[in-house]
Design a protein around this ligand. Structure first.
Ligand code: NAP
Length: 289
């Protein structure tokens, strides 16, 4: 099996690269701004000629597309860039994958469900209602991927793990510095541990699955509860974490009150197990998968 990882320098992409090698796959991986030891092919998904060149040269069996502009609040003010990367870029990657007959695995978001929180947990059959512009661009990417290629779309939530900047690495930095942090207690979802998502992507590759799959952990928590658990597992004073409201935080992009996903379709289709926050944080702390 030969896999091309688009966004191989990122949190999910780097985990996909490592685990794909462990499975004995041949791997190529791209970066955009920051090359890594593993991700050495420069690629901007907005450059269609370059995307086709990279995918044609690699000629993989599968493309795992993890690249995105996912600074959710910045997507409100940088709409052209958000659309170009998340919608246009995904369409281009899908077309290029299709041209070489490769299976495409692409990642979306739980934020496509911005509607009635009482309807959570959401299944793949539920109608979307993007919560913000980021989610609109990601949903457009889903549609483009499905129409252009044999594609599987996985929807994770609050992806966390070691490496790069994500909510958890940010919170750990603040706690380590002894800073008090106010975290919203009225945004609920089921966070996804990045190594589990990478494993699921590769299981989907091996089984040749197509279609839409929710890909989150099994535990639905508020961001505040998630962060208190993080502090506890890493031995920080949990009193450093206080609960605030979304209104107090004043984020530029609207967020869903509850975007918990039901990921049973994916767990039924593959053998992989997603960990909840405590297990995921334990694994991070012990620096094991
Ligand atoms: N993180 C979350 O909480 C979360 C939640 C739900 C869904 N997701 C989705 O999960 C996927 C993976 O996220 P992640 O956390 O792994 O993100 P990440 O760590 O920020 O990595 C993003 C990757 O995309 C690359 N990239 C950015 N702009 C690009 C462009 N114009 N052309 C090509 N590559 C570009 C980056 O390259 P450089 O590093 O070299 O710039 C990096 O390799 C994304 O589709 C995201 O929307 C994430």
């Amino acid at each position: 099996m030969h896999v091309l990882v688009v966004g191989g320098s990122g949190l999910v992409g780097s985990n996909v690269v490592t685990q794909a090698r462990e499975r004995g796959f041949a791997v190529d991986a791209t970066y955009h701004a920051d090359p890594t030891e593993d991700a050495t092919i420069e690629l901007d998904v907005c450059d269609a000629d370059r995307v086709h060149e990279v995918v044609t040269n690699a000629d993989p069996d599968a493309v795992v597309h993890t690249a995105a502009f996912h600074a959710v609040d910045d997507c409100e003010s940088e709409r052209d860039r958000a659309w170009a990367v998340n919608a246009g870029g995904t369409r281009t990657v899908a077309a290029a994958a299709d041209a070489v007959g490769a299976h495409l695995i692409t990642l979306s978001t739980d934020y496509v469900f911005g509607g009635d929180p009482a309807a959570a947990p959401f299944s793949e059959a539920d109608p979307v209602n993007p919560a913000n512009y980021y989610a609109e661009t990601k949903y457009a990417g889903e549609v483009a991927a499905r129409s252009a290629a044999e594609a599987a779309v996985l929807r994770p939530s609050v992806v966390y793990g070691t490496g790069g900047t994500n909510f958890v690495t940010w919170a750990l930095g603040e706690l380590e510095a002894g800073e008090e942090i106010g975290i919203v207690d009225d945004q609920v979802s089921a966070p996804t541990y990045a190594p589990d998502l990478a494993r699921a992507c590769l299981d989907v590759v091996e089984r040749g699955l197509t279609g839409t799959y929710h890909a989150t952990g099994p535990v639905s928590v508020s961001r505040y509860e998630f962060t208190v658990t993080l502090a506890a597992v890493f031995g920080f004073d949990t009193d450093l974490v206080s609960a605030i409201s979304t209104e107090e935080l004043g984020q530029a992009a609207p967020r869903p009150a509850d975007s918990t996903l039901d990921s049973s379709r994916l767990s039924d289709a593959i053998d992989s197990r997603f960990r909840g926050p405590r297990e995921g944080f334990d694994a991070m702390r012990n620096k094991r998968g």
